[in-house]
Design a protein around this ligand. Sequence first.
Ligand SMILES: O=C(O)CCC(=O)C(=O)O
Ligand SMILES: [Fe+2]
Length: 270
Amino acid sequence: MRTNLTQSEITSYRENGFVVIEDFLTADELARWREAVDEAVAQRGRRKLVRQESKDGWEDRDDNSFVENIFVQRINLWMDNDKMRQLMFNPELGKMAADLAGVDGIRIWHDQALFKPPWGNPTAWHLDNPYWSFYSRNAISIWVALDDSTLENGCLYFMPGTHKSATYDNVPIGENIGDLFTVYEDWADKPTVAAPMKAGSCSFHNGLIAHGAGANMTPGWRRAMTCAYMPDGSTFNGTQNVLPNAYFKELTKGDVIDNDKYVPLIYPHD
Ligand SMILES: O=C(O)CCC(=O)C(=O)O
Ligand SMILES: [Fe+2]
């Protein structure tokens, strides 16, 4: 794993809100990631989340709806698969996220496999952090390409710099890919950048950057493994997302979200 970041990668991340790290995994590591993710996704069956007592609507609807055909989404695989736990708890990943974000400590908010199926619908432009139960301008995600992700099969797209002016307004990932720009009208004519990646490369993106992914115009899968990170010390904002209801009910707005059982501190690691 190429975990050493150059100063120019850090500068580019801070300026643009994303950075692509080519050849992040070696061929052997890529094989291990693919095996672990495929196993964990298969074991999970049709459940998006481990615990169904969390927010409603987390079961795959299998109804051929537009939204269900954007991607197969399986969240927090670290919780029910040992191989995924080992991959996701790697403190070197946490250190990369912390160094890019410019924070001292990193917790896993949630991991998620995102497999865009053959002929999968595009992922509408959106921001990530406003969906989550904490607000932070330093939230960050890694997105690891498990297959070559291309202009043809639904690679990521970013709108550079938007993390700087984003508020916490957002849209759901729905059918109209440009809905975000009815909320952020000032962004409507900004340039976008495609981020195709070879399998084993990865990107990091800020939780407030505008991003999405294209349609899959091919008969193959576009598999990705991602993890969203929460800066240590982040506080509860009242929004439910992936926290188990029992923990969610214990929290009051402003409380630090620091229960290692659900949001493990992966860096610094003791
Ligand atoms: O993989 C995709 O289609 C979307 C990914 C995304 O939105 C994310 O990782 O935050
Ligand atoms: Fe996203």
